[in-house]
Design a protein around this ligand. Structure first.
Ligand SMILES: C[S@@+](CC[C@H](N)C(=O)[O-])C[C@H]1O[C@@H](n2cnc3c(N)ncnc32)[C@H](O)[C@@H]1O
Length: 220
């Protein structure tokens, strides 16, 4: 079920999924474009730089962003339209954990991106965390066999935690630089997120994990 923002919220008019619980075919979110995608989804695009850079790097891509902060969902969605990308790139003001279960068909998304998710550390913020079994089950359902999941963070402890969480999920195979590891030195998608650019400019390490969706027989 999607959440309803307070109608007095200054960005309550941000684009969102249709109200209700019905399943939503991905192609209906891009009505003026190729119904077959290819589709890629960014969870929490924030200020949205990755959406623009990825559209430039992959001219066929249909990018969908789910951003829980309505202000940034709206601003980035409007900027995409102004840049002439509105037919194949959208940001919707949604909690990804509630939005992904509504998307169909399964096995239709080429790539998922989680750039610097969950900056919160305190125990009391645990409920806010986007990463977890609910999200991973949906990513596993929606990815095409062989499709990719990229996770980036500048906090090594978080990277180790994500590595343990995704590693425990049978749908994903490690696709790192070395066999038996999900770690990659650089981002192979030709596009960087705002926080990634900042980490690089500040000389902070960026920890990157890359996975592929299993084929039905468990191999990629
Ligand atoms: C630390 S920021 C990183 C922003 C951007 N990915 C980057 O790398 O520059 C994390 C982003 O995830 C968003 N976010 C957190 N939980 C979310 C959820 N459940 N669904 C959608 N977006 C979420 C936050 O609002 C924020 O924009």
């Amino acid at each position: 079920m999607s959440f309803r923002p307070n109608p007095r919220h200054p960005y309550a008019h941000a684009a969102r999924l249709p109200d209700g619980d019905e399943a939503i075919p991905l192609s209906t979110l891009f009505p003026e474009s190729d119904p077959n995608g290819p589709f890629e989804i960014e969870i929490g695009p924030g200020r949205g730089g990755f959406m623009f850079e990825r559209c430039a790097a992959a001219p066929d891509v249909h990018m969908l962003g789910f951003e829980i902060r309505l202000k940034w969902a709206h601003i980035v969605d409007e900027r995409l339209k102004k840049a002439g990308l509105g037919a194949r790139a959208r940001v919707l003001g949604e909690d990804a954990k509630r939005a992904l279960p509504r998307l169909v068909p399964s096995a239709s998304v080429r790539a998922f991106y989680l750039h610097f998710p969950d900056p919160w550390w305190k125990k009391r913020h645990e409920k806010r965390l986007v990463m977890g079994d609910v999200l991973l089950d949906q990513i596993a359902r929606l990815l095409v066999p062989g499709g990719t999941l990229l996770i980036q963070t500048d906090v090594e402890e978080r990277a180790a935690q994500y590595e343990a969480q995704v590693g425990a999920h049978t749908a994903f195979v490690m696709a790192g630089d070395e066999p038996g590891s999900p770690r990659i030195a650089d981002n192979p998608f030709g596009a960087r997120s705002p926080r990634e650019h900042r980490a690089i400019a500040d000389g902070l390490p960026v920890h990157r994990l890359l996975y592929r969706r299993n084929l039905a027989d468990g191999n990629v």
